[in-house]
Design a protein around this ligand. Structure first.
Ligand code: FEO
Ligand code: CA
Ligand code: CA
Length: 637
């Protein structure tokens, strides 16, 4: 589906058109919280709790008080052109782009066709997103998501980018999923190791295993898989994560858009309610899979969508291993998966659900992680929680148990959003990536934006999420019509990520001090030189610096004037200062960040460039991963 100007609807815009929000809740406004926050954001004012005394974080505050800047670069200006910019003393180069060969039996990329269907699962997929690098027996293995496709460039022979045959559908299915590729640093810098035995593509048709509380449930059974324990493919792989034992977690986000109904939506009440909450519609989301591949026609396969929307674990060391859908971690529009190990060894995974008014989650394993021990079922048994943020800057994780939700364990794993609503979770401004600070016991989450926050319907009720939970302005989501976004930070009680309570603050509220007033000017660490909108990708590096990637408006007009193209910034959470590090080409989103094992190269993803980047005039725009390094060879985070 497209906008009136011909641009494709975003997943959220599509949801809004297909599923207009009910208008039942009262508006209970929390007034102008953000403005009172502005003096609070400097980190010296937070962390007064006794638990922080003596912590790594507190020692960092002491270092800051002694006056040291931790930035190795000068912030760069906003840009509006069609290439990449990095600070003086740094350089960049394309590592891999959509259509580059992972195997030598595939042809070189063809700009006239966007590549052949035969080669489409032998090349690097489209729309790079979350990624992680693994060092395996001396080999550098990069694992990268390919989130979705830009059909009009993938299928240039079609009039409108809509698949017109089963072959077109197969090509799109092959260009999405996950890429596993060995890379090596040679005379020309970092390059793909073509034909490495580690190289692998996981697509929309790769066999996977389903484990955890939803495995084998009736709602996961299909004609092709009457056991409900296996499926084909992983979908809309957005952000990512890594486990402490060295596996990759890929996160299924807007999976709903691949399904459609050729002869009516299912009428079963539970299935229909789930479709409404997750945005599955008869018309589909612009892929037309259901017209040519019956698996995606919910009129005949109503349970197929219940087998997507999970966290999927992939072992990059074993190309023969089957990806495993870990249903214990819930089913929603998963953004990324950020892991920590609690003091008692239990594994904690933070998880965001990226849709307006949906929730932030945490999962805690039942068993402790033991280095070198059997981790094959560790992600199957544990407790899922959902976040409640109080306006007094405290919060708690509410356990999604059968007792609390009135749902079965399998039901919670399949209709997790409904479980979150049942316990009164806080509606959020679209949780994108969570990042765990490796050098302090705290975590951050990008709340990218929410144009419906605090907005009233014509009937005068505050807008709700798809489950009817009101998106009332609250402390952690403090701005009506929030087009800029913010990053929330929380510190768990007792320096334990498995603790059930936490303190929070807003690390940054994006804004525009040149045109915005009050809270819309942004928090105290936003100024005309570093302003941005729509934080999305987020990583805290090994030195405790916070890397922020944006996926917002690059119109550079109106409320966005002066922000330029999407970008990557670095923040020092100790001083609060934020500097712009990289600007992407016009039209692109900057998403995905990882490092070489020696920390001398950072790999950054450039998704859906609007201009013919990186190959130049007359060529197709190609999403890509670029290597960025310091020209003096020093480490960068
Ligand atoms: Fe795929 Fe929410 O970003
Ligand atoms: Ca994202
Ligand atoms: Ca986004």
């Amino acid at each position: 589906m497209k906008n009136s100007d011909g641009t494709r609807l975003s997943a959220d815009e599509w949801d809004e058109v297909m599923f207009p929000r009910p208008t039942v809740q009262e508006f209970d406004r929390v007034v102008e919280r953000a403005i009172s926050r502005r003096g609070f954001l400097g980190v010296l004012a937070v962390g007064s709790g006794a638990a922080l005394m003596g912590s790594t974080f507190f020692r960092g505050i002491e270092a800051y008080a002694q006056g040291a800047s931790r930035f190795a670069f000068e912030g760069i200006a906003a840009q509006t052109d069609s290439t990449i910019h990095v600070p003086d003393g740094y350089d960049w180069r394309v590592l891999v782009r959509w259509g580059d060969r992972l195997f030598s039996d595939a042809a070189e990329f063809d700009h006239a066709t966007g590549g052949s269907v035969e080669d489409s699962d032998r090349v690097f997929g489209e729309n790079t997103d979350g990624m992680e690098l693994f060092s395996i027996d001396g080999h550098e293995i990069l694992v990268v998501n390919s989130e979705y496709t830009n059909n009009d460039i993938n299928l240039p022979h079609t009039a409108d980018g809509m698949p017109a045959s089963a072959e077109d559908v197969l090509k799109l299915q092959n260009l999405q999923g996950v890429n596993v590729l060995e890379i090596a640093e040679g005379a020309n810098g970092w390059e793909i190791v073509v034909d490495s035995p580690y190289n692998r593509r996981v697509t929309h048709n790769t066999p996977t295993v389903i484990e955890g509380p939803a495995a084998g449930h009736d709602l996961l059974k299909t004609e092709a898989d009457p056991t409900g324990t296996t499926s084909l493919g992983t979908f809309n792989n957005c952000g990512a994560g890594r486990t402490p034992w060295g596996t990759y977690l890929t996160c299924e986000e807007n999976f709903n858009g691949y399904f459609g109904a050729n002869s009516g939506l299912p009428t079963d009440a539970a299935i229909a309610a789930g479709y409404a909450r997750y945005g599955i519609s008869a018309g589909g989301g612009g892929y037309n899979y259901h017209l040519f591949d019956p698996r995606f026609d919910v009129s005949v396969n109503p349970n197929e969508p219940h087998r997507a929307g999970f966290i999927v674990e992939i072992d990059p060391a074993n190309p023969e291993s089957m990806p495993v859908k870990r249903t214990a971690l819930g089913r929603f529009k998963h953004e990324n998966a950020a892991s920590a190990v609690a003091p008692d060894g239990r594994v904690v995974v933070y998880l965001g659900d990226d849709e307006r008014g949906e929730f932030l989650y945490r999962w805690v394993s039942r068993d402790a992680y033991v280095e070198g021990g059997d981790t094959s079922t560790l992600l199957n048994e544990g407790q899922l929680y959902v976040a409640q943020f109080n306006d007094d800057m405290t919060g708690r994780w509410v356990a999604l148990t059968p007792e609390a939700t009135g749902m079965s364990a399998a039901g919670i794993a399949i209709f997790t959003r409904t479980a979150g609503s049942a316990v009164g979770a806080t509606t959020m401004d679209r949780p994108e990536w969570v990042a765990v600070n490796p050098v302090a016991v705290e975590a951050y989450c990008c709340l990218t934006n929410n144009s419906n926050r605090g907005v009233l319907t014509d009937a005068g009720a505050v807008r709700t999420n798809a489950g009817g939970d009101p998106m009332t302005v609250n402390g952690v989501n403090p701005r009506e019509m929030n087009n800029y976004g913010q990053i929330v930070r929380w510190r768990p009680e007792g320096e334990d990520h498995a603790a059930d309570t936490f303190a929070w603050d807003l690390y940054v509220m994006a804004g525009n001090p040149t045109v915005g007033e009050g809270a819309y000017a942004g928090s105290g660490n936003i100024n005309p030189a570093n302003m941005f909108n729509s934080p999305d990708g987020l990583v805290v590096d090994t030195t405790g610096m916070v890397w922020i990637q944006t996926d917002g408006s690059d119109s550079n007009e109106g409320e966005y004037v002066g922000m330029g193209n999407n970008q990557m910034l670095a923040g020092d959470p100790i001083s609060g200062e934020i500097r712009r590090f990289l600007t992407g080409p016009l039209g692109s989103e900057v998403t995905g960040l990882t490092w070489s094992s020696d920390r001398r190269t950072m790999f950054v993803g450039i998704q859906h460039p609007g201009a013919p980047f990186p190959d130049g005039e007359g060529m197709l725009p190609r999403s890509c991963v670029v290597a960025v390094w310091r020209t003096d060879g020093a480490t960068i985070g």
